[in-house]
Design a binder for this molecule. Structure first.
Ligand SMILES: Cc1cc2nc3c(=O)[nH]c(=O)nc-3n(C[C@H](O)[C@H](O)[C@H](O)COP(=O)(O)O)c2cc1C
Length: 272
């Protein structure tokens, strides 16, 4: 195996016994992913945004509906307002580019209006799910493209903390909502990000049928790996599973998003 692939695999899974994988430059780029939360102020290289959007638009899209949009924000004052709305996340201010990924059924509604053809299906939860799925697939292609150019990114779920205010800030039409944000920029070499280990493959890859028989053992393994990563990063020691258990125990982990249905209804989604 290529030495880079082996190192990436070891960083991701931390085990002696690693999965045996087929290799390619694309797979290596994907395996090298880490979220970047410290950026240099330099603007993106010429054509990087456009290349990432071409990659995003090249993703598969349900029935070719293409029901997503993206708002590129570079204005410092707007980034600062968005950073506040996203839970005071400083990397939004620091990154030269913030992308707001929009689950967008409004374009289809405008087409229906222009063709006077009805738009009944847009009121259904399924169409909202289609829009969210398409948005996520597109964004992840953009992330892979940015990373292949040596740029760093971090997704910002905090964009859903205040969906109605975000819609106002970005002038979003009804039937569109900010699904998540993405900070983009050159990683600051003074604060490098490391590859975060993931669950063993056997915990997520089921063959022929779902089988959680070894799950407790696999999660215990991962707890040890994730804790070791915390120690290496100078962060408080913690087992992944107890952090996740705390995260889902009450509504606090939802960061105010327990009112999402009402916010989506305000933005025009009926979610039938
Ligand atoms: C949809 C989504 C929303 C996220 N929201 C945030 C966020 O608001 N702030 C942040 O710092 N990281 C955010 N992250 C990054 C995750 O915390 C990160 O991907 C995870 O801890 C794994 O680390 P890694 O990406 O470095 O492998 C988000 C990731 C995803 C996929």
């Amino acid at each position: 195996m290529n030495a880079d692939s082996a190192a990436l695999l070891r960083a991701r899974y931390r085990r002696e016994k690693l999965p045996s994988i087929a290799e390619s430059p694309v797979i290596r780029t994907l395996m090298a992913h880490r979220s970047v939360r410290a950026y240099l102020p330099d603007p993106l290289p010429e054509g990087a945004l456009e290349a990432a959007i071409a990659a995003a638009q090249s993703a598969a899209t349900s029935s070719n509906l293409q029901c997503w949009s993206v708002v590129a924000v570079e204005d410092a004052a707007r980034k600062a307002r968005l950073a506040e709305l996203c839970g005071h996340q400083k990397h939004i201010v620091e990154a030269p580019l913030f992308l707001a990924w929009i689950a967008d059924l409004s374009r289809l509604e405008r087409i229906a209006e222009a063709q006077d053809s009805g738009r009944e299906s847009l009121d259904y939860l399924e169409m909202f799910m289609v829009a969210l799925i398409d948005t996520a697939l597109a964004a992840q292609n953009a992330v892979a493209a940015f990373e292949s150019l040596g740029l760093g990114t971090v997704y910002i779920g905090g964009l859903r903390n205040h969906p109605v205010e975000v819609a106002k800030e970005l002038h979003l039409p009804p039937l569109s909502v900010g699904a998540f944000g993405l900070c983009v920029g050159a990683p600051d070499p003074a604060h490098p990000a490391d590859i975060k280990p993931r669950l063993p493959q056997a915990a997520v890859l089921h063959r022929e049928h779902y089988d959680a028989a070894r799950e407790a053992e696999l999660i215990a393994q991962y707890d040890a790996d994730a804790n070791q990563f915390q120690i290496e990063q100078g962060l408080p020691e913690r087992a992944w599973s107890s952090t996740m258990a705390r995260r889902i125990a009450g509504l606090r982990g939802l960061s105010g998003r327990d009112v999402m249905r009402a916010a989506l209804e305000t933005l025009g989604f009926a979610l039938k």
